[in-house]
Design a protein around this ligand. Structure first.
Ligand SMILES: NC(=O)c1ccc[n+]([C@@H]2O[C@H](COP(=O)([O-])OP(=O)(O)OC[C@H]3O[C@@H](n4cnc5c(N)ncnc54)[C@H](OP(=O)(O)O)[C@@H]3O)[C@@H](O)[C@H]2O)c1
Length: 258
């Protein structure tokens, strides 16, 4: 049975991705860091999709800021092997947003924490998934990246660096894994309407990212549709970037008086 593994999928964008794959009849494995939140999310998913097979795993990316928890990734994939579950689609959605990390203020370990989760942990997950995809005739790895890989926003040096590095990693993985029929691609959202949007309506009313040629920002389902495209409709596409930001990145500056 076709199976997608989606990381960081108890809230926000990850939920829409899980729901898209479940609605399309796929088995879905998802992760979160808290056992309680994973359990709650699994219950919600099963209520909404009673016919779908949806399994939650709790896993943290790091042992500490400097160290990725490689053993936890091994355990996750071994547990799936034992259940006879082969992940043909890996969606790397979880991210450390690296909020509030300022140069001159924060310790180096904060920078390392973001790079370790967004790059090193995702590399580790890709390696374990790709090993099995290679043995099973291929697969698809999809990074949920960000348009901040290209354009800077304030006080997000670690995050921007991690997303820029992810794109290089995505292309290099696509290059090395193509011969095994493993495709590797990235989606670059601009701002997405998440729970942060709902919690801070005044802030988001005039947020610059809102002033795009399309005139609005993405909802999580827009990102899920892009993931589905790479997973199911992009047989000959690898190493590609799909920007989903309402045209935000192509502007020299936002037109705020429309
Ligand atoms: N929201 C936006 O405006 C926006 C814009 C551009 C790109 N993106 C990208 O889109 C993806 C989804 O964004 P989102 O806003 O929906 O995400 P989010 O709500 O900020 O986070 C998604 C999940 O990532 C997991 N996570 C955070 N730190 C982690 C860590 N150290 N180890 C393991 N998991 C961790 C969290 O899961 P738990 O807390 O359950 O463990 C969280 O639920 C991310 O890759 C993000 O960079 C988002």
């Amino acid at each position: 049975m076709k199976t997608a593994l989606i990381t960081g999928a108890c809230i926000n964008t990850g939920v829409a991705i899980v729901e898209k794959f479940a609605a399309e009849g796929r088995r879905v494995v998802f992760t979160g860091r808290s056992a309680d939140k994973v359990q709650e999310a699994e219950k919600r998913y099963k209520e909404k999709f009673p016919d779908a097979e949806i399994l939650g795993f709790h896993i943290n990316s790091l042992k500490d800021e400097r160290t990725v928890d490689e053993e936890a990734v091994e355990e996750l994939f071994s547990a799936l092997d034992e259940k006879g579950i082969f992940v043909d689609t890996l969606v790397l959605n979880a991210a450390d947003q690296g909020l509030g990390i300022e140069i001159f203020k924060n310790p180096l370990t904060d920078f390392m924490r973001v790079i370790n989760t967004n790059m090193v942990w995702n590399y580790c997950l890709s390696e374990h998934a790709a090993k099995r995809m290679k043995e099973n005739g291929g697969g698809s790895i999809i990074f949920i990246n960000s348009n901040t890989a290209y354009r800077a926003i304030p006080n997000r040096i670690a995050y921007s660096a991690s997303k820029g590095g992810q794109l290089g990693m995505m292309r290099a993985l696509a290059f090395d894994l193509g011969k095994y029929n493993i495709r590797v691609n990235a989606i670059l959202p601009g701002m997405i309407k998440t729970d942060r949007w709902d919690k801070n309506p005044e802030f988001y009313k005039n947020v610059p990212s809102r002033f795009t040629p399309i005139g609005d920002v993405a909802v999580s389902e827009d990102i899920a549709d892009a993931v589905w495209y790479f997973a199911e409709h992009a047989r000959n596409t690898t190493g590609a970037e799909l920007v989903v930001d309402g045209g935000n990145t192509i502007q020299l500056y936002p037109i705020t008086d429309k």
